[in-house]
Design a protein around this ligand. Structure first.
Ligand code: UDX
Length: 453
């Protein structure tokens, strides 16, 4: 069996390369970032991904995986070349394909023998067709092209690679699809063999659908706040219908991350460029933007003007168990609070170093209890179970106001100390008391705070 090359050692490339080595292949991974490659060569992963570290170290030791900045070496040595470079969003919402194009150029100029190019990067629908046409028209019949989109969730990426829901392989010609399918032949899951165009669209449509589901439940949550319903019960009731299913029905303050925001925008743009106005996606994006403002709206209701107020924020990454702050709602919440003139004290278990690079004027504290010190409210911005385990009595004692805006509905009012005013997304406002919970008590909460201040 020939060697596998992976070009791009970001999230997707690194997980792909190391997991392919774990499956028994010889893998060489290339990236132009010298620092990253130096670290990886001695087993230091540039990303925080829980299950990656041990298999990285083990496969390095067994010399099943290696890392280099010499991309020509990767192209020469490997006969299967996975492309996993970034496809960021441009200012006009399209995908920037410059990194993909430059890798393809390099393959074209370096490859002399048979190569299978496997696209892991999320590329606009039609990209595979264009490359295939280009190879065909330029006498490059030794290069085959296959689209093999990834569906990796950060924090569970190794699991998602090793135990996928499905494998999608788009393309054809000269046994390429069969060779790629063979890499995954230990996976007992549905394999979808199709055109590159279908494969590319499966990736976008999957992410856009999940984002739509989140925006939908978030709108239901906002309605719940108005009519006195509880979105967690509503979502549970909906989720028992197998046509709906219970996943991705967690209401909150919006989706973030390196995939959903980028892919939904790119799909909308792609539709537009092909003459179709994808109206639903415009709304999904707009709902998500508005949802990020919910904490500020709720704080204003409780506290009035936010200018000069001290607000604590727990959670700066786009989701728990990662240090990734790309398109993080927590970061946007901090910026929105600062825009209102509030002073922000923030904590995140993993993302503070990255957050410090993009936020100014924030007091970062290394201890979640310090976030509470003297603040008039706390906003929870990530669904990190760590926050449910905090000693909320201790927090309550040092807060200036007992107000908690739980932007991810992770706190259970029954486990909170008496006196906390808990405002969740689509679950109304509750003042936790020993006797009973006050449901839908916006006015009670508001008045109690105004009296207190
Ligand atoms: C996602 C897709 O799940 C994955 O298949 C794809 O290949 C890459 O994008 P990821 O970006 O790691 O993975 O995050 P995910 O766990 O899906 O969550 C994305 C965002 O949605 C987070 O900000 C999360 O807080 C939010 N979310 C998720 C909700 O608000 N509600 C939910 O019910 C689920």
């Amino acid at each position: 069996m020939g060697k596998i090359g992976v070009i791009g050692c970001g999230y997707v490339g690194l997980v792909t390369g190391v997991c392919l080595a774990e499956l028994g292949n010889d893998v060489v991974c290339g990236d132009i970032d010298q620092k990253k490659i130096d670290g990886l060569s001695i087993g230091i992963s540039p990303i925080y991904e829980p299950e990656l570290q041990p298999i990285l170290e083990q496969n390095l030791r067994q010399e099943k995986v290696s890392f280099t900045t010499d991309l020509d070496q990767v192209i020469r040595e490997a006969d299967i070349l996975f492309i996993a470079v970034g496809t960021p969003t441009t200012a006009i919402g399209t995908s920037d394909l410059s990194q993909v194009n430059s890798v393809i150029d390099r393959i074209v100029s370096t490859a002399v023998d048979e190569k299978i190019v496997v696209m892991k990067s999320t590329v606009p629908v039609g990209t595979g067709d264009k490359f295939c046409q280009f190879f065909g028209c330029n006498g490059l019949s030794h290069i085959s092209y296959v689209s093999n989109p990834e569906f990796l969730r950060e924090g569970q990426a190794v699991h998602d690679f090793m135990v996928p829901d499905r494998v999608v392989i788009g393309g054809g010609g000269s046994g390429a699809v069969e060779r790629i399918a063979k890499l995954y032949d230990s996976f007992e899951v549905p394999f979808i063999y199709t055109s590159t165009t279908n494969a590319e669209l499966i990736k976008y449509a999957s992410n856009a659908f999940l984002a739509t589901k989140i925006s939908f439940i978030n709108e239901i949550a906002n309605l719940c706040d108005e009519v006195g319903a509880d979105v967690s019960v509503v979502a549970e009731g909906m989720g028992h219908d197998p046509r709906i299913n219970p996943y991705f029905l967690r209401a909150g303050i919006g989706y973030g991350g390196s995939c959903f925001p980028k892919d939904v925008k790119a799909l909308k743009q792609l539709a537009g460029h092909n003459g179709y106005h994808f109206e639903l996606l415009s709304t999904v994006i707009e709902v998500n933007e508005m949802q990020k403002t919910r904490p500020v709206q709720k704080l204003r209701k409780h506290l009035g003007e936010l200018y000069g107020r001290n607000i604590g924020v727990l959670g700066l990454t786009f989701k728990p168990h990662t240090d990734d702050i790309r398109e993080s709602v927590g970061i946007d919440v901090v910026k929105l609070l600062q825009f209102e003139g509030a002073r922000v004290i923030a904590f995140d278990p993993l993302g503070m170093d990255h957050a410090k690079k993009v936020l100014t004027g924030v007091e970062f504290v290394g201890d979640p209890y310090k976030v509470a010190d003297g603040v008039e409210a706390i906003v929870i911005a990530t669904e990190d179970p760590f926050y449910t385990e905090l000693d909320w009595q201790q927090i309550l004692e040092v807060m200036a106001n007992p107000l908690v805006i739980d932007g991810r509905n992770i706190l259970n009012p029954d486990s909170l100390p008496e006196g906390i005013i808990l405002d969740q997304i689509g679950r109304g406002v509750r003042i936790v008391s020993s006797g009973s919970d006050y449901r839908d008590t916006q006015d009670v909460a508001l008045n109690s705070l105004r009296k207190a201040s």
